[in-house]
Design a protein around this ligand. Sequence first.
Ligand code: AMP
Length: 279
Amino acid sequence: MKVVNSIKEMQNLANEAKKAGKKISFVPTMGALHKGHLELISEGRKRGDLLVVSIFVNPTQFGPNEDFNRYPRDIEGDLKKARETGVDVVFTPTIEEMYPEGFQTYVEVSKLQNHLCGIFRHGHFRGVATVVLKLFNIVKPDVAIFGEKDYQQLKIIQRMVKDLNLEIEIVGFPVVREEGGLACSSRNSYLSHEDKECASTIYRALQEMKIEFERGQLSAREITEKGKRILKRAGIEEIDYIEVCDPETLESKQRATKGDIVAVAVRIKGVRLIDNIKL
Ligand code: AMP
């Protein structure tokens, strides 16, 4: 496994692989790799000849009051896990090389970014779309894998690829969960055992909302009120949003239909957690 820090070196490696007729698969991450990341990486292994994983905690997608500085970092552990999962290249650029002085070009997926997390994390998706486009231009993948846990992010990347005519196949991968149902996340490491138990209510609430829909409840309000009650009973008071939304436009729905997404974001002891389920 190669570890590459330099953008130029990564581009050269990608060019050589392409010349040799290799298909490049790519999994972008912010590191602190967990089971969710590793499943995406295994999927990437199946889909390409040269599997590249990037590890970059991207400052432009964090707001001024967010957790950029304390975001979990474990490069040694990550390299070990990547090696064991069959990664060919780990790309870990520096902030200075990714955003040199004078940097001023950003990508905005203008409508999709105005829903769900975009309302609470101003500028977040602009940072995400920009860094992902930069990484695409550096790694030159044929296929890239993104998790459905970050559903809005996946939709934004798919839209950007379509709108900007990038020749990259975007694959969505189902949410990977811990034993109690909590969606795997690097941020789970901020939580105590007790907090995690409390956080597993998020998935239970999503499942109960889906059951309510399957029983014939089509009112998005009734469905989400049920979810809110379950969360509150478990002591989760800080709910950024809980919404039934269109799976493509992410617009909030009043009447739920099959295939809609129920998306939720909460804070537990200041740790922001998101999850979703398809109806
Ligand atoms: P991150 O390191 O949090 O930026 O995540 C990197 C990639 O892994 C993104 O495409 C995420 O959607 C994906 N991912 C993170 N957690 C999970 C999970 N629990 N299940 C599926 N994909 C995930």
